[in-house]
Design a protein around this ligand. Structure first.
Ligand code: SF4
Length: 303
């Protein structure tokens, strides 16, 4: 049993993460205007930075939102600003937007990518808070959370000059300590594969529980029925990975864009803070029902 203060702390973190999701109704289509796109498998067109995508409607909504993959924009379907868009428009610029106040456009587009990096970092830090018991490490993480939130509240001219990449490098080791602390409690955990090249790897039924897969390249990997509970997936590239039947409900530092970039089915388990992507199969596919026999054979080396 947790003391009531501990329960309240964890609930407040859940609330904080609710604010780290895109709310397009309070944004001004910043992700469809500010960045440049190069025509590729992810985007059907070239688009220079600062110019609205031709698919962006006058109400700042995407006119092909329900059809992005079919129309050649899968990159948009897996993008998440972690709430940066609405923060820039509503907080940093006090409700103004680039359409009605063109003088704000250049600054708004410069602030947006910095804000997105900071908001994504806050997503990880907020999760780290939920994973720890009171102590020195939790104190350090909460300090990082408060410091990051203070940057978000700064005026546009300060945020745009903020070196978010360097700041993320600074906070990264703290998140790594959190990950190790949590995973070291996991019995008989699988070997770490941090940054590993696992592109197209055949990991069906693999036991990866408690492993660090931070920054691993899992593009197109067959992870059907894999056990990824308590695995650290921070920055793992899951594009095109097959997660049907995989278990991720207690994976660490997993994000919505990672899930959106992969495929799954009704038997894939995911953390309660994330949403099941709409393109995932709503049924259990037959190929995921042989998890147990293959588990040992597919198991990677132990620590
Ligand atoms: S296709 Fe839609 S979501 Fe993608 S940039 Fe254009 S308007 Fe935005």
């Amino acid at each position: 049993m947790f003391p009531i203060e501990e329960v309240e702390r964890r609930l407040s973190v859940v609330d904080a993460r609710a604010d780290l999701r895109a709310d397009c109704s309070r944004c001004a289509g910043l992700c469809c205007v500010a960045p440049a796109f190069a025509a590729s498998a992810d985007f059907a067109i070239d688009k220079p930075a600062g110019r609205p995508c031709p698919k962006l409607a006058s109400d700042s909504r995407c006119s092909i939102h329900t059809d992005l993959r079919e129309q050649g924009f899968p990159g948009c379907a897996v993008f998440d600003c972690f709430g940066a868009g609405q923060h820039v428009v509503q907080v940093t610029f006090g409700g103004r937007d680039w359409r009605h106040s063109p003088g704000t456009a250049e600054a708004m587009f410069a602030v947006f990518p910095v804000m997105r990096q900071l908001k994504e970092l806050l997503w990880y830090v907020a999760e780290a808070v939920t994973l720890l018991s009171p102590g020195t490490l939790l104190d350090d993480v909460q300090r990082a959370q408060e410091q990051t939130e203070r940057v978000l509240e700064q005026p546009a001219e300060v945020v745009r000059e903020f070196d978010a990449a360097a700041y993320r490098q600074q906070v990264g080791p703290l998140l790594d300590r959190v990950s190790r602390t949590v995973r070291n409690r996991v019995p008989d955990r699988a070997a770490d594969r941090q940054g590993a090249d696992l592109i197209g790897a055949k990991l069906r039924g693999a036991d990866l529980h408690g492993a660090s897969l931070r920054g691993a390249y899992l593009l197109g990997a067959d992870l059907r029925g894999a056990d990824l509970q308590h695995a650290d997936l921070l920055g793992a590239d899951l594009r095109g990975a097959d997660l049907r039947g995989a278990r991720l409900s207690s994976s660490l530092f997993l994000t919505q864009p990672q899930l959106d970039a992969a495929s799954g089915d009704a038997s894939t388990t995911i953390p309660g803070t994330l949403q099941r992507p709409r393109h995932w199969s709503p049924t259990v596919t037959a190929t995921t029902t042989t998890r147990s026999p293959s588990r040992r054979r597919s198991r990677l080396n132990r620590r």
